[in-house]
Design a protein around this ligand. Structure first.
Ligand code: ADP
Length: 242
């Protein structure tokens, strides 16, 4: 479970996140939706411990009682290895081929070459690109690149997979195939998936619960069905009826 208590973050005069309280249950697919500039990425960076909040607390753990925003040094590094992230622009290493990208976090974790090769094969199989093992990134389509990024994000067996606009650069058909893959992986690994997007269709296709973020605040939240069938705030209506 991930819990945020009174989390705020400011950049100079810009308040990106204001006093956010949130609980994300373990094993759920949780959507965070909002227009561009609402503060979603900032919230995700705080949740994934890439950034510290100015005020507030972040907790992990089965009972949500493991405080993590105060972690430093090696402990922070170990915790971060238990989180996977994927992004709109894939963030892959152009100098490495497909297998090399997936192997990268395993090399950093100090795994033996034999173990790495076995794990890379498992991951290629999981994201269904076994035949692309030795290809260069420039030979891949956007959807295939995102599959490589998903495999890399899952390499170290994370507890949470954070997706930051992961399908926003893809065409509708590829978006559907990546969302199906994410759902299959979620069902298979029982991993928690936190997904931020400005696309309502993405939330509708894959999320259990959703929260609408606007101007650095949660303005609405609940099951996808409840938010879709009766959006209450202007921000939610704008997204639902877009
Ligand atoms: P979203 O992901 O919803 O598009 P962001 O979290 O990226 O929103 O941004 C929220 C606000 O915070 C924006 O006004 C943005 O310009 C600002 N912001 C985000 N990150 C930084 C940063 N590192 N430095 C300065 N301003 C930032």
């Amino acid at each position: 479970m991930i819990i945020l208590k009174g989390v705020s973050k400011q950049y100079g005069a810009i308040v990106a996140v204001q006093d956010v309280n949130l609980m994300i249950p373990s094993g759920s697919i949780y959507g965070i939706i909002g227009r561009s500039g609402a503060g979603k990425s900032t919230l995700l960076r705080i949740m994934s411990l890439l950034e510290r909040p100015d005020t507030g607390e972040v907790y992990y753990g089965i009972n949500g009682d493991e405080r993590v925003d105060t972690l430093r040094g090696k402990e922070l590094l170990m915790k971060r290895r238990k989180m996977g992230m994927i992004f709109q622009n894939f963030n892959l290493l152009g100098s490495r081929n497909v297998a090399g990208n997936i192997a990268y976090p395993l090399e950093i974790a100090g795994m033996s070459q034999k173990q790495i090769n076995r794990r890379v094969d498992e991951l290629l199989d999981m994201v269904q690109i076994e035949d692309k093992r030795n290809m260069r990134l420039r030979e891949l389509s956007g959807g295939q690149k995102q599959r490589v990024a998903i495999a890399r994000a899952l390499a170290a067996k994370p507890e949470v997979l954070f997706c930051d606009e992961a399908t926003s650069a893809l065409d509708p058909k590829t978006t559907r195939s990546i969302l199906n893959l994410l759902r299959d992986i979620h069902d298979q690994l029982k991993i928690t998936v936190v997904l931020i997007t400005h696309q309502m269709g993405v939330v509708r296709a894959i999320c259990d619960d959703v929260m609408v973020f606007d101007d650095g605040r949660i303005v609405e939240g609940g099951t996808v069905k409840s938010v879709f069938t009766s959006p209450k705030t202007e921000a939610a209506k704008e997204l639902v009826y877009a």
